[in-house]
Design a protein around this ligand. Structure first.
Ligand SMILES: Nc1ncnc2c1ncn2[C@@H]1O[C@H](COP(=O)(O)OP(=O)(O)OP(=O)(O)O)[C@@H](O)[C@H]1O
Length: 117
């Protein structure tokens, strides 16, 4: 298959994010949390370093969710029937999202508590 031009590849990537926003409930919740963080960054006037921490973990959660969804879609494509191996793959992919979410909660507490208390 011929490679598309660079600007088409970019457009496809953004279409992927748009698809996540319009179809994936977990992604919508995580995006909502990201916008709350964005608000808090400005409202609490976070330092540059703290802002970087919050942005890294926020985008980390969103990216983990995208990879998790991609793995789920591939699983559903190759095996639509019940299969223990598919269950295992989907569970460990979801585990990555949980790990990243736990990290983001820990970082969120460590960063925000200085500004709130
Ligand atoms: N084909 C299958 N065979 C066996 N177990 C499955 C299968 N499909 C889903 N599961 C089980 O159901 C769980 C939920 O899978 P599903 O595809 O519905 O994802 P989801 O509800 O979108 O999950 P997430 O919240 O992680 O996005 C999986 O983690 C797995 O344990």
């Amino acid at each position: 298959m011929r490679k598309p031009p660079l600007h088409i590849s970019f457009l496809n990537s953004f279409r992927g994010i748009f698809l996540m926003i319009t179809t994936e409930r977990n992604f919508q919740i995580e995006l909502f949390a990201f916008f709350i963080n964005l608000f808090l960054i400005f409202y609490l006037q976070l330092s540059a370093l703290d802002t970087v921490f919050i942005l890294i973990v926020s985008f980390g959660v969103l990216s983990a969710e995208i990879f998790n969804t991609a793995i789920e879609k591939i699983c559903d494509l190759i095996q639509p029937e019940f299969d223990k191996r598919i269950g295992f793959i989907k569970d460990i992919a979801a585990g990555a999202v949980i790990l990243m979410s736990l990290l983001s909660i820990a970082i969120g507490i460590l960063v925000y508590w200085k500004y709130i208390f």
